[in-house]
Design a protein around this ligand. Structure first.
Ligand code: ADE
Ligand code: ZN
Length: 326
């Protein structure tokens, strides 16, 4: 059941989920112990006490530090298994999962270890958890377009194992347009395209993601609310936004959930979806986000059902496959 009580959580797809952001403190310590990694925290409680953030960067510092314990295929397999077990409890039937290749390759973990480890879990997720999955490789925008292209060259032999590419990490000062060449290559390879834009960054970054990168979904996109022409564009094209309410509060992109302008995005006719982003860090998995909207914004069951239905409409699952998920 969801956090709200005894009711069965709505069936849903999760479209904005960083697998590294599902790394719970207990698994951090288990991996550290068996891999001989020294951590600057005494125990699980001390690590969890650090989960208080001022902004996106203060979160990313801890996120990259903690994922340093992931070294072996087994680590990535256990990470994905733990997410899937939680996701099933939250009503997730389908997950389009981000991972950050550069965050692992840059510290000496081969791409094959990451992919093989994740796939060992995900390939049997339908039978074990009733969840179908896709993988989306994200480029770390703060490492620049050159390293993104080198990363693409390393990913290209594995395109059959990927469904899309995305763009994440520190946003402000790293506009999307610089990544046009690498997104063009991914498009030529037949992959879907998404990008984080308008989380902390300005509406102009959302325009660039749409017009320069040609993305099919915008991750976060909440600052579109500041630009009426952009809202009209997103509504006209039914371009999905993957909004992450608890993340936005924890990273102080919005002052509180009660003040989140999500209702205005819905009222403007946008295809809004609800997602958990980095649930181990932000106080809840995806249905916890739904329950928080009910509690803090007074969303009724009809709106929540529509948001859950949007997650399937916004997914990259083919139309004829969708019925199976509901
Ligand atoms: N990487 C993991 N979570 C992220 C977020 N919310 N924004 C940007 N990059 C991220
Ligand atoms: Zn994200």
């Amino acid at each position: 059941p969801g956090a709200g009580g005894a009711t069965t959580p709505l069936p849903k797809a999760e479209l904005h989920l960083h697998i590294e952001g599902t790394l719970e403190p207990e698994l951090v310590f288990a991996c550290a112990r068996r891999n001989g990694v020294q951590l600057p925290f005494a125990d699980v409680e001390e690590l969890r006490r650090r989960y208080v953030f001022d902004d996106l960067q203060s979160f990313l510092d801890l996120y990259y530090l903690a994922m340093g314990v992931l070294r072996t295929e087994r680590d990535f397999t256990e990470l994905a298994d733990a997410y899937l077990a939680r996701a099933r409890e939250q009503g997730v039937r389908h997950a389009e999962i981000f991972f950050d290749p550069q965050a692992h390759v840059s510290r000496g973990v081969p791409l094959e270890v990451v992919l093989d480890g994740l796939e060992a879990s995900l390939s049997t997720a339908p039978e074990r958890f009733g969840i179908s999955t896709r993988l989306i490789a994200c480029f770390l925008r703060d490492r620049g377009p050159r390293e993104a292209m080198e990363t693409w060259e390393a990913l290209e032999p594995h395109t059959a194992r990927l469904h899309g590419v995305g763009l994440d990490s520190a946003e402000v000062g790293h506009p999307p347009d610089a990544f046009e060449p690498v997104f063009a290559r991914a498009r030529q390879a037949g992959l879907h395209l998404v990008a984080h834009a308008g989380e902390e960054g300005p509406p102009d970054y959302i325009w660039q993601a749409l017009d320069v990168l040609g993305v099919e979904r915008v991750d976060h996109g909440i600052r579109a609310i500041e630009d009426p022409a952009l809202l009209a564009r997103l509504a006209r094209d039914r371009t999905p936004l993957t909004v992450c309410p608890l993340s936005n509060v924890r990273l102080r992109c919005v002052p509180s959930l009660a003040e989140h302008r999500l209702p205005e995005l819905v009222d403007a006719g946008l295809l809004v979806t609800i997602n958990s982003d980095d649930p181990a860090y932000f106080g809840g998995y995806v249905d916890d986000n739904f329950q928080a909207l009910k509690r803090e914004l007074g969303f009724g069951d009809d709106v929540l059902r529509e948001l859950a239905a949007n997650s399937f409409r916004a997914s990259f699952v083919e139309e004829d496959e969708r019925a199976r998920l509901l």
